[in-house]
Design a protein around this ligand. Structure first.
Ligand code: ZN
Length: 211
């Protein structure tokens, strides 16, 4: 597995330290739930990233932060808490407890729904479902976009992304993920800002593909 299919070292360390925003944490936690080997890396992060961690405020880090963060991944929601009305128990554990908005059409073969709850300013979490052979519109990003594949697979110029693979995109990256699996591709993404469609056609399409 390419290192590019994992969250960056900085993001993993921020997650371990509990300083990552809620939407980004949900996507990183989904990746770690699907990729235990990356999780082992995170557990080592304290040692590997010692120099980085030393620079952080002691109050921000706390030695228990890593343990607490990892423990949260293991802890099922309390039995007394009823599942939200529109929760989906088939999703990876970090996504199971959230109520989900309705599926909305975003383009041919492309549907999107909101994961309600985790939010940080303009940054929010969505689920994206793309049919086999279909693509998202060619787009760049108003901010950081973190994506983790849950089912199926898509390809960009960077290669193929399969379940558990993690992609980090930002305003410097223009891409058009295309589904290469023979079943629909389901992804979770944290989006900070709107996606941006380049060119004149993009301006015409923009009102229809708002996420
Ligand atoms: Zn994108």
């Amino acid at each position: 597995m390419s290192a590019r299919r994992q969250p960056s070292e900085e993001r993993l360390l921020a997650f371990a330290a509990g300083t990552l925003s809620a939407p980004e944490s949900v996507v990183v936690a989904t990746h770690l739930a699907l990729r235990p080997e990356t999780r082992a890396w995170t557990e080592l992060g304290q040692a590997v990233g010692g120099a980085v961690l030393d620079d952080l405020e002691p109050s921000v880090l706390g030695l228990e932060a890593l343990d607490n963060t990892l423990a949260r991944l293991d802890t099922p929601p309390p039995a007394a808490t009823p599942a939200p009305r529109n929760a989906d128990p088939s999703l990876p554990a970090p996504l199971r407890g959230f109520e989900l908005g309705p599926w909305r059409w975003m383009g041919p073969g492309v549907h999107v729904r909101n994961v309600l709850g985790p939010r940080d300013g303009a940054c929010r979490v969505i689920l994206l479902r793309i049919a086999p052979g279909q693509s998202t519109p060619l787009h760049t990003h108003g901010g950081v976009e973190l994506t983790c594949v849950i089912e199926g697979a898509y390809a960009t110029e960077e290669g193929v992304f399969e379940p558990g693979d993690f992609e980090e995109a930002d305003p410097n990256i223009t891409h058009q993920p295309r589904v290469v699996s023979d079943k629909p591709c389901l992804c979770v993404a944290a989006l900070d800002g709107e996606i941006v469609l380049p060119g004149r056609l993009g301006k015409l399409l923009a009102p229809f593909v708002r996420l």
